[in-house]
Design a protein around this ligand. Sequence first.
Ligand code: F6R
Length: 599
Amino acid sequence: MCGIVGYVGTEEASSILLEALRKLEYRGYDSAGIAMVDEKNELQVRKIKGRLSNLELLVQQKPIQGKCGIAHTRWATHGEPSDLNSHPHTDVSKSIAVVHNGIIENHAQLRTWLERHQVTFVSQTDSEVIAHLIDFHYNGDLLLAVTEAVKRLEGSYAIAVACKQHPEMLVVARKDSPLVIGRGASSTMLASDVPPLLCHTRKVQYLEDMEVATLTQDEVHIYNLDGDEIEREIQTIEWDMEAAEKCGYEHFMLKEICEQPKALRDTLRVRYKDGSLSFPTQVENLLVNCKHLLITGCGTAYHAAMVASYVIEQVAGLPVEVLVASELRYRLHIRKEGEVCLLISQSGETADTIASLRLLKELGVPTIALTNVVGCTLSREADWVLYTQAGPEIAVASTKAFTTQLLSLFTIAALVAKQERSALLEALELLPGKTQLLIDRQEDIQRFASSQFNKTKVFFMGRLVDFAISLESALKLKEISYTHSEAFAAGELKHGPIALVDTSTLVVALCTQPSLYAKMDSNIKEVKARGAAALVITFEDVHTFDDTADAIFRLPQTHPLFSPILSVIVSQLYAYYCAVLKGNDPDKPRNLAKSVTVE
Ligand code: F6R
């Protein structure tokens, strides 16, 4: 999604802003731009379609100077990627520049209304209306003009505004899109996410929905839309830049895959101390007394929810319903007695997950967020929050966030378990070490990928938790290698999908559920009879598939319900190496954004 940054301070801002945009590249973008108030108090704008290097070149050719500015990476929604549609957008007199992340839903009505007031638009974007609206309300007071303008916006926005009449001040506002303010020693910054701020400061303030703030070199003042000033605590970010750097790895994705043993250990340490589970008392009470657990999330987080549903139902006999958040928010929700909702989101900023949270809160369902980002919207709005300790996840394709979500969900399963609790806890403690054994064997997966990466069709199949991991594996592969990959519940194959299987197909069969080995073996034989090649992922001491599979990847032994944390690492590495072998950048897959803050 779009990324916004801003700087006001004592140093030349252009290189700081460009560097800050680099730290937001992972969000996905197709154009970039920068606006600055120069020493003559004129507003300078440079913007261009394409990668950040294009903008850097443009700024080299046509330098831009000043100590107060804003910048943007755009992920096109309204209007194609082009120089004109890139942000910042300005008012007609080029006094006010705006960068925007979000979608203005009533932009068409506002555009018509502004055109009636002699405003000429130059872009096809929804965002341009914001600059003109601020100008319309501007009467010498930029804060007031922004406040009045945002009152007229419907949809979502995080905006930053620079104005030539206020050369040492930026104004920001937000609704349903993230915005963090960084408090440096002699500068103030803003950004859509924390990483761009970390070279300058670890002290941050989070702007909340329907708030506006003025930022100067030394001061930040936050107001509600009625103009009342609000006190906001300054928080300290605990992780450092190193956590958000590649540290010698070729890609963030590989680094994050390899960080999983540590991320899992860190996550487990919070939930499991001195041989017993440790949850906030109210969360523990909610979960233990829950009669119906609803779990939601999007994409990979939804797959974590699916895995959890099998595990929790199995060990606790607790009914678990799993709904994808983009559906949940629009379907009729019938509240069940004793219902609790768990909302999973790495970023805590996913629009559909937040909308589902708000719906459930309105219905009076107690909500628990499971997220990786301290201070994110989901954590602030949910009744309770549990954090994964994955550290910053920069690569678009989620890896360590997923496995730490799984681990957290497994601790919940152990908490509510009616059977096998000590076996579960014993297995949980050993899991991080077992993931290291897999990471140490990444060359085996690389070798397999180098013989298979050109396959045009890859199907993953499995049953129960293996089906959930099949979905996640197919998602990972399609996201970064652009290979057509699908996942099937193995028993469903002969109800249709087997028609697609031919000699060009690779079938990856996940086989970690002992009671279903024989069934899976039959499914593998069925696809092999149609000419497919079959890779089996199973545990190290299983020999059921020795005569059926073309290749077998063996996982270290663990409790079968916890196999997803191991099997998915094989799929992550397979997807990663396929992407690299195909010449794709796995950190920035086409068309995708890290944080889906718009619908
Ligand atoms: C896939 C992926 C996405 C996210 C989804 C939800 O690799 O990263 O499917 O899982 O967009 O994002 P969060 O977890 O931030 O809500």
